[in-house]
Design a protein around this ligand. Structure first.
Ligand SMILES: [Zn+2]
Length: 412
């Protein structure tokens, strides 16, 4: 099979998709179900239809674009990623796997290849946790990892329920119907930027993922006591932000001392009430994210944090309440899918690294219902989730080529 990836077109599509954004370029902000996101989705669907793919969307907004194979009843071979983007992000996270997946399918079409199994592009809805506080809603529902009832109860930052938000965006179907039937996919492959520096450091342009690290996140509320910043003397204070500061350093040290480099912990949200310069913070809401490749070690870190937070609460006479938002198990990629990727790399003499995905992806959830693999390409300095995120066109094209050949192999 002699496949030609249209690197130029892929590059220009990446640039076009980046214009659907709520931020000044080069930054991209595309929160799920905002007008920017809905316009971007419409544009992606138009590209899929131009490639003569059959498009459908489900009740949470996952987009499926199918190239029907010679045996339409056989399970499909899937590929895809997401196009929603956190505030002030870059152009490549998720998008490379969506537009790369589409170009992989077009390259196969141009070569005259006719798949036996259908090949399907899947654009996952609401991968980023920005709006609803929990990531990968689309793939959690598809895989049955989260129930439709649990999803319907989630609210966005303005207190609007998922159900209302999605209906306003035009997705009115039944959330119960999102879950995919058993055996829907024969295999699933996600192409993604690494979001870390290892490929670049190793001067290697492809990474085959063996394990996807397990994320857990907590919502932490600290209730102290407010008051006038001038009138309340220091011994009388229950400053919720000082409590938060102490707790954040405990969290950092718990992750650092887990005994493994794979443990990481981050407090990425810290809302302070009432947020006035002359007012003592009475309440702090934080979001904590802890990840590891080892479930036991990660849960150990979570317990250390919980124990320390109760001690801090007692010492400072405040209440600290934590609520588990999600705690997912790590996933291993399927050997047969990784083997398809590796054999394509070897055919071309492309060196590759076997790696851990430290970020989590929709593939983590799809791996519960289908043999799943992930292919990484480098991003400059390992930067991601920031405006200067960058992946070279030739790396994107190389990843797309390996993806296309692997889809063909798995769907032949
Ligand atoms: Zn992503």
């Amino acid at each position: 099979m002699n496949l030609q990836i249209d690197e130029q077109r892929l590059h220009s599509e990446l640039e076009t998709l980046a214009t659907f954004s709520d931020a000044e370029p080069p930054a991209v902000t595309r929160i799920v179900f905002t007008p920017e996101d809905l316009n971007a989705r419409a544009w992606v669907i138009a590209q899929c239809e131009e490639a003569r793919l059959a498009v459908r969307q489900d009740a949470i907004g996952n987009i499926f674009a199918r190239w029907v194979g010679a045996d339409p009843a056989a399970p499909a071979v899937g590929t895809g990623s997401h196009i929603d983007a956190i505030p002030n992000a870059g152009k490549y996270d998720g998008v490379v796997g969506v537009l790369g997946g589409l170009e992989a399918m077009r390259a196969l079409q141009r070569s005259g290849f006719r798949p036996r199994n259908s090949i399907e592009l899947l654009v996952f809805a609401t991968e980023e946790p920005t709006r609803f506080g929990i990531g990968c809603l689309g793939s959690r529902l598809l895989s049955g990892t989260l129930s439709a009832d649990a999803v319907a109860q989630l609210k966005d930052r303005d207190g609007e329920p998922v159900d209302e938000v999605r209906r306003k965006a035009g997705f009115s179907g039944n959330l119960q119907d999102v879950k995919l039937p058993k055996g829907y996919y024969k295999a699933f492959l996600e192409l993604h930027i690494e979001q870390g520096p290892l490929l670049e450091r190793a001067h290697t342009s492809l990474g085959i993922v063996k394990t996807i690290a397990a994320p857990a996140s907590l919502r932490i509320s600290i209730e102290g006591a407010g008051g006038h910043a001038g009138a309340v003397l220091m011994p009388d204070r229950k400053d919720a932000l000082c409590v938060a500061a102490e707790l954040i350093l405990v969290i950092e040290s718990a992750a650092r001392s887990s005994g493994a480099m794979d443990t990481v912990a981050t407090v990425g949200v810290c809302d302070v009430f009432p947020g006035a310069v002359n007012s003592i913070p009475s309440r702090v809401r934080m979001m904590l994210d802890v990840r590891d490749t080892d479930l036991g070690r990660r849960d150990g870190v979570m317990q250390t944090i919980e124990g320390a937070s109760q001690k801090i609460a007692a010492k400072r006479q405040v209440s600290i309440h934590s609520e588990l938002v999600n705690a997912d198990a790590p996933a291993d990629c399927a050997p047969e899918v990784s083997a398809a990727l590796a054999s394509s790399c070897r055919q071309h003499g492309f060196p590759f690294l076997e790696m851990v995905s430290r970020a989590y992806h929709d593939s983590l959830f799809i791996s519960r219902i289908a043999p799943t693999g992930m292919l990484f390409i480098p991003c400059r300095n390992g930067y991601s989730h920031r405006p200067d995120e960058y992946a070279a066109s030739e790396d994107i094209a190389r990843g797309t080529l390996v993806l296309a050949e692997s889809l063909a192999k798995l769907g032949a």
